[in-house]
Write a protein that binds this ligand. Structure first.
Ligand code: GTP
Ligand code: MG
Length: 194
């Protein structure tokens, strides 16, 4: 994918504030600090189009970005971080569920897992919603630079087991080495049908 332009459109929490359903859209989901914002920055070749942080819970709104004037990428707020305020935690579920349910322009969700972590309840709930609303799902395992190559498959096993998704469904990625970037773009292009 050749990136000609990448622009922040707006942030929203509820449907009334989403941008119009004009462009096909791909959203990025996963627990707090998993590397959603970093993945988007690598995909669009921008160091900081999307704000990243070593502090989990940085992204608390649904952030919409316009790419090439052709499609949108959406950074969804992460879940599962203990230290965000209770009000934010409570609003997360309905905010995401609502988005997945009613967003007509949504063509797929990149669902991100950390190679070092076993998926938890929130991840499985998210998977249930994706299934419930029949949203095409592109699972990605990130931060693979943190693990020795020889240990990769061993680390992937519990992620496959907990999610019930086939091993082949997962694309491996690292924001540090950019490995997996082209494969993720291919899958996004297929989902966008561009
Ligand atoms: P929230 O917005 O809090 O939900 O987090 P996020 O999922 O957007 O994560 P973010 O992209 O902000 O990254 C969190 C931390 O992980 C940052 O310190 C990143 O530099 C780091 N990180 C992200 N991806 C990778 C990766 O592939 N490898 C390594 N080593 N670090 C990564
Ligand atoms: Mg983020």
């Amino acid at each position: 994918m050749k990136i000609v332009s990448a622009e922040f459109i707006k942030s929203a929490t509820r449907p009334g504030n989403y941008p119009p359903n004009e462009l096909p859209e791909i959203a990025f989901a996963g627990r707090s600090n998993v590397g959603k914002s970093s993945l988007i920055n690598v995909l669009v070749n921008r160091k900081s189009l999307v704000r990243t942080s070593s502090t989990p819970g940085r992204t608390q709104l649904i952030n919409f970005f316009n790419i090439n004037g052709e499609f949108s990428l959406v950074d969804l707020p992460g879940y599962g971080f203990a230290k965000v305020p209770l009000a934010v935690k409570k609003s997360w579920g309905p905010m995401i569920r609502n988005y997945l349910e009613i967003r007509e322009s949504l063509r797929g969700v990149i669902f991100i897992f950390d190679i070092r972590r076993v998926p938890r309840e929130e991840d499985l709930r998210m998977l249930d919603w994706l299934e419930e609303f029949a949203v095409p799902t592109i699972p990605v395992i990130t931060k693979i630079d943190k693990i020795k190559k020889s240990q990769l498959e061993k680390q992937i096993k519990p992620i496959v087991a907990e999610t019930g998704l086939p091993r082949d469904a997962f694309t491996l990625f690292s924001a540090t080495t950019r490995e997996g970037k082209d494969e993720i773009w291919e899958r996004i292009e297929a989902a966008l049908d561009v």
